[in-house]
Design a protein around this ligand. Structure first.
Ligand code: 13P
Ligand code: ZN
Length: 279
């Protein structure tokens, strides 16, 4: 192996997170995919500069200039999260997006003939959107969490309705995602259209729910993206357990506003979901 990528702390965490997501039951078979931007210092230290390529794979889209000449970890299409930690070279890869945005140069992995996830559209477009609104955003994570999926069978695909139901399920939810969540109705996955729609929502939200399919989470690092998704999944579980029961108590709008002030989230809060003007 020409580089030391498996010694990179970010790679170790990537493999641990993938393993963890499988064990949580969110990523059956090949379900889910994760991409992580690599820092130039990591390219130098762990990838020998990251400019020696095993092969090229054409991209099905022309990548936004902001992600060109940048290096990413990507999970492989059709690969199982269950197998990844024990055999990273066959299940994930490291690519550099070409300077014209049309090709992925494979630096490492995807052995022997694999390639990046079929959700490459959503990943590259969401990275581009998030890097423009928040340059430290380096992770895009897609998963199929069980309770959230059930919730999307029971609730219409509406940002406000979903956000309020999730915020009211557990006190600290509004603290973790004060901007709320975006929701898309069922759409064909692995397409340019779902990529465009997801990236559009990511201008406003770090989390976008794909109705009847799963979730996209964005974050500065793996902890943040994972933490967002696990908090939403837990809220969905609580919401679900309350369905059909006589709910005696719930968190009111006034109490949600108290939380916003308590945690200084006035700027981030989706006040319109609380039917209030920004305070
Ligand atoms: P890939 O195996 O291509 O990553 O697809 C899995 C998935 O979850 C599609 O939405
Ligand atoms: Zn999926």
């Amino acid at each position: 192996m020409a580089n030391k990528i498996l010694e990179c702390p970010k790679m170790k965490q990537y493999l641990d997170v993938i393993d963890n997501m499988y064990r949580l039951g969110w990523d059956e078979r090949n379900g889910g995919n994760i991409s992580v931007l690599v820092d130039p210092e990591e390219e130098k230290e762990y990838l020998d500069g990251g400019r020696q390529y095993i092969r090229d794979i054409p991209l099905p889209l022309v990548a936004d200039p902001i992600v060109r000449d940048r290096v990413f970890f990507f999970t492989g299409t059709g690969r199982y999260f269950r197998n990844t930690k024990a055999d990273p070279e066959h299940n994930i890869g490291v690519i550099r997006i070409s300077e014209d945005g049309k090709v992925a140069h494979v630096i490492w992995g995807f052995e022997p003939n694999g390639q990046f996830t079929s959700e490459i559209y959503a990943h590259l477009m969401c990275h581009a959107t998030r890097m423009k609104v928040h340059p430290q955003n380096h992770v895009i994570m897609h998963s199929h969490p069980t309770n959230l999926l059930i919730m999307s069978h029971l609730m219409k695909a509406d940002d406000k309705e979903f956000t309020l139901a999730l915020w009211r399920a557990m006190t600290e939810c509004i603290v973790v995602y004060p901007e709320g969540v975006g929701v898309l109705p069922w759409m064909l996955c692995g397409t340019n259209e779902i990529g465009v729609a997801t990236a559009k929502k990511m201008e406003q939200y770090r989390c976008v729910i794909w109705g009847l399919h799963g979730i996209y989470g964005a974050g500065d690092d793996l902890d943040e993206a994972f933490g967002l998704i696990e908090t939403i999944e837990k809220s969905a579980q609580i919401w679900l357990a309350c369905q059909g029961k006589k709910e005696l108590y719930t968190i009111s709008n006034d109490e949600l506003v108290q939380l916003v002030h308590r945690f200084g989230l006035e700027k981030q809060c989706a006040w319109n979901f609380l039917d209030r003007k920004p305070e």
